[in-house]
Design a protein around this ligand. Structure first.
Ligand code: FMN
Length: 435
């Protein structure tokens, strides 16, 4: 399949259904190395398997020789496929891309697996070697470089033949693609600090006989991750997806978030400082879908939503809201709809309907790694009037609030505000819990 993204058409395969797991191949390889594993585990997860820029069937595009560009491609693919959160497993160089992605958007990841990869940067000598190899590939083609690489991918002391399909992919890799990615790898920073602050589970997998990544280097990331796990596969070289695809598949589908729903609920906090980054339109729709999944009195859905992303309109709202002068790139005005209502008794439920929809929207924003804050409008008449004029709300449409949404520029701890003095048992004079 092809995804038309910004400057490039990315080729990818998709197998299975359920939790999305992105599989990123290593240097001079392509999606096909993962296919046996993905097909075997297709009933347990949804695998998205791209050919990375300059590899396989994906062209080089406007390559800029950076790992961050590869990470951006994967993010765009995830946006394109509507995956707001996903697990990413990166093999070797694919791991460096996964780390760049984790650094830029940690909130998008439900899990990170580094397969015979590592978080370190190159030594100056190694960097020189890589850049020399990039030049050599451009001058001489892939044959000699490919043959050396193939030998190194084999398990240490292994007398067997290399996998024929793998040999073909490596020798068919375009020299320009190889040169771009070697330059990108040479320039990558050490990203141990990224896994140190990552909330999601981090699985580090080493091959016991890997000639390229020593076991202790491959396992290092998991030792430093708050939620890390490491596995060394005995007798395996640099290519576990070809050597032990069933073992690797079982490890990857078993990589699930350790967070409970309660951690998630407690983690929703009012965020009042935002970055300038825009919220993708597909996410705005998701937020609205979540809002309209809320409970509603007699299923009347007494709500209307105004999406505000025009900077001038946002500035106007900021001006009029005494306690809502926040710099978010997006706002929703959740309104009660009394216009078409023919049931006067139910009229009074619009506040509840809109409040339930608002809370769903806030939780959905939190699920997407966005921050949000509910700023009250109704029942303050003067505010209702200002918002009505600014958004041209007709008669019968009443603004309940302004919800600012954007990428958070502040962090707040998860917490409940549980207070036993607010809880009674059956009658209002008996405590549910002794203090
Ligand atoms: C009806 C309502 C109106 C609110 N209005 C504002 C507001 O105008 N400005 C603001 O910064 N926060 C507003 N908030 C957010 C509360 O201040 C916030 O939820 C509360 O302090 C608890 O903090 P938390 O959301 O981080 O748990 C409002 C919340 C509700 C439910």
């Amino acid at each position: 399949m092809i995804a038309h993204l910004k400057d490039i058409d990315i080729f990818y395969e998709a197998r299975g259904s359920g939790r999305p797991i992105y599989l990123l191949h290593g240097l001079a390889l392509d999606h096909s190395i993962w296919m046996e594993m993905a097909e075997t585990f297709a009933d347990q997860a949804q695998f998205i398997i791209p050919d990375l820029r300059g590899h396989g069937q994906t062209p080089l595009g406007d390559a800029d020789g950076s790992i961050e560009q590869f990470a951006d491609d994967v993010l765009r693919l995830a946006d394109h496929l509507g995956h707001q959160q996903f697990c990413v497993a990166g093999h070797s160089m694919g791991g460096y891309i996964a780390l760049a992605l984790a650094e830029a958007h940690p909130e998008r990841l439900t899990g990170l697996a580094l397969v015979t990869s590592n978080t370190r940067s190159d030594s100056p000598e190694k960097r020189e070697d890589r850049l020399a190899e990039a030049k050599r590939a451009l001058a001489e083609g892939m044959q000699t470089i490919g043959e050396i690489l193939i030998q190194r991918l084999m398990p240490k002391g292994e007398p067997g033949q290399p996998d024929e399909h793998m040999v073909k992919i490596i020798l068919n890799t375009k020299a320009e693609g190889f040169a771009n990615v070697q330059t990108a790898i040479a320039g990558r920073p050490n990203r141990l600090n990224v896994v140190q602050t990552l909330d999601c589970p981090v699985l580090a997998i080493a091959g016991g006989q890997d000639q390229i990544t020593p076991v202790e280097v491959a396992l290092e990331p998991a030792e430093h991750a708050p939620n890390g796990r490491s596995v060394c596969l005995p007798g395996v070289g640099h290519m576990p997806m070809l050597e032990v695809p069933y073992t690797l598949g079982a490890l990857l589908v078993g990589l699930k978030g350790g967070k409970t729903d309660f951690d998630f609920i407690f983690g929703r906090r009012s965020i009042r400082e935002f970055t300038a980054e825009k919220v993708p339109p597909a996410w705005v729709k998701l937020l609205l879908e979540a809002a309209m999944a809320a409970p509603t009195a007699m299923n009347l859905k007494l709500w209307q939503f105004v999406v505000v992303d025009d900077p001038e309109k946002l500035a106007e709202l900021r001006k009029m809201m005494p306690f809502g002068k926040y710099n978010a790139p997006l706002a929703f005005c959740v309104c009660g709809n009394l216009k078409a209502l023919r049931k006067p008794l139910v009229e009074r439920f619009w506040v509840q309907d809109c409040s339930a929809a608002t809370e769903n929207l806030l939780l959905a924003a939190h699920a997407l790694g966005l921050g949000s804050v509910w700023c009250g409008v109704h029942p303050v008449k003067i505010l209702e009037g200002s918002v009505r004029r600014a958004l041209k709300l007709p008669e019968g449409i009443i603004p309940l609030n302004i919800i600012y949404v954007g990428y958070p520029a502040e962090k707040k701890p998860a917490r409940t505000q549980y207070d036993p003095t607010k809880v009674w048992h059956n009658l209002y004079d008996t405590r549910w819990e002794k203090e």
